[in-house]
Write a protein that binds this ligand. Structure first.
Ligand SMILES: Cc1ncc(COP(=O)(O)O)c(C=O)c1O
Length: 423
């Protein structure tokens, strides 16, 4: 056994969270080989408890029909409320500031209806140049909805020439330069392609000093890095639950609205009956009276079957504790970084920032080959039973997940990557 393999076993032996891996279904290939799954940044694994949660709702529906809204084991009318406290704990919010609803892009639009209200000269939105395409589409379509074109009203931040990551000071400086015209700053907590975690607090402070509202895309942050949305004073945040939150493909997403906006009944919003004051909702009155807090932005009654696996997963997060998970994640991703440096120096470049505060679970890699050959290395890695993902044009993303990956998984993945690149 190599020293690195021995290290992996020793680290696994003293990992207090190792037991959680058995609470997830780990995929197998067609020949029954267990895959090394390092793709939780794209789709988290299924908690074994998820089936029970879904079956309970199917069973209650079968037995109770419409009565399940009130008397199901977990009554459906309040079903989404069960997610609030654990979600709030993950993002550093008060329970009334978060709500599980819709999907990320839908929530982003709903939030922009309320928090992007351009009034000349304050009409611009600042995003990063490599923003996730859906965010860019959403932002550009919101600008167009207000009769504004992207060429003049979209500010796109990119790294300095020759650099890969955005610098905090550059974002802050750009916000200051645009302070008279900036309406909204929309940034990710963790960048989907490079894995860079932004230092958000000074950026949010600068944006608020400039008089802009601030929104965050937490798709790659929630369940991954530590956040204090309430104290950061961010206006809104949106997320999906199928990545680090393990709630299943297309699962119900979520939304944060800071409590200072939670009682602003005059804030423009697109309304629906589920955002109406819960006490009087079923009086079916014609006037919309919003609930206090983030729940006041709900449109429809919650999709219980899609929310059930989220509750299963959040129950695991509560037991594991996000702070302990982050500690393990730092060690696990650090181990991946170390093995790549030791074994693949010159062959594989890590493009995620090396320092711990600037990254989450994910490392983004570039293989030192022309693009076609690099992609073939990824295919060989997949053939060897390691699941990561490829993002065009040339990025291989691997994310060891502290809830269900081991140090031995990381070791096996680097072994396979070494073979894939011919080391
Ligand atoms: C960073 C980021 N933003 C937005 C989205 C879009 O999410 P949805 O399809 O839930 O709207 C994704 C999906 O992967 C994403 O990674």
């Amino acid at each position: 056994m190599t020293p690195a393999a021995e290290d992996a076993l020793a680290l696994d032996a003293r990992d207090p969270l190792a037991k959680f891996a058995a609470e997830f279904h780990h995929p197998f290939d067609g020949s029954g080989r267990k895959l090394v799954y390092l793709c939780g940044h794209s789709l988290g694994l299924q908690p074994k408890s998820a089936a029970g949660y879904v079956e309970q709702e199917l069973d209650d529906w079968r037995r109770l029909g419409v009565l399940g809204h009130h008397v199901a084991g977990r009554p459906w009318i309040q079903y989404h409320e069960r997610a609030a406290a654990p979600l709030a704990a993950l993002v550093g919010a008060h329970a009334g500031e978060v709500v599980a609803m819709n999907s990320l892009t839908v929530n982003l639009h709903l939030m922009m209806v309320s928090f992007f209200r351009p009034q000349a000269p304050r009409t611009k939105i600042l995003i990063e140049k490599s923003a996730f395409p859906s965010d860019r589409y959403a932002v550009v379509s919101q600008l167009a909805f207000h009769g504004l074109n992207a060429a003049q009203h979209l500010v796109e931040m990119e790294p300095r020439p020759g650099e890969r990551h955005l610098r905090t000071e550059d974002i802050v400086e750009r916000i200051q330069q645009e302070r008279a015209t900036l309406a909204l700053v929309l940034l990710p907590s963790v960048q989907y392609l490079t894995g860079q975690a932004l230092d958000l607090s000074p950026i949010i402070d600068a944006a608020r000093r400039a008089g802009a509202t601030v929104g965050l895309d937490l798709a790659h942050g929630i369940g991954n890095t530590l956040m204090t949305l309430h104290d950061w004073n961010v206006d809104f945040a949106v997320w999906c639950s199928y990545k680090y939150l393990n709630a299943g493909p297309g699962a119900i997403g979520g939304c944060f609205v800071h409590e200072r906006h939670g009682r602003s009944a005059d804030l423009p919003r697109f309304a629906g009956w589920w955002g109406h004051d819960a006490q009087s909702r079923f009086q079916m009155g014609p006037e919309f009276v919003p609930m206090a807090g983030a729940p006041g932005w709900q449109l429809s009654n919650p999709p219980v079957l899609s929310a059930a696996p989220l509750l299963a997963s959040l129950e695991i997060f509560e037991r594991a504790d996000i702070r302990r998970l982050r500690d393990k994640s730092v060690a696990l991703t650090g181990f991946l970084q170390r093995l790549i440096a030791e074994r693949l120096h010159g062959e594989v470049e890590v493009i995620t920032p090396p320092s711990v505060p600037e990254r989450g679970c994910q490392l983004s890699l570039r293989i030192a080959r022309p693009p076609v050959a690099a992609k073939q290395c990824h295919e060989r890695l997949s053939d060897a039973g390691v699941v990561g993902d490829w993002r065009e044009p040339d990025v291989l993303r691997l994310a060891p997940i502290p809830l269900y990956n081991s140090f031995s998984d990381v070791h096996a993945a680097v072994d396979a990557l070494a073979s894939a690149v011919g080391r």
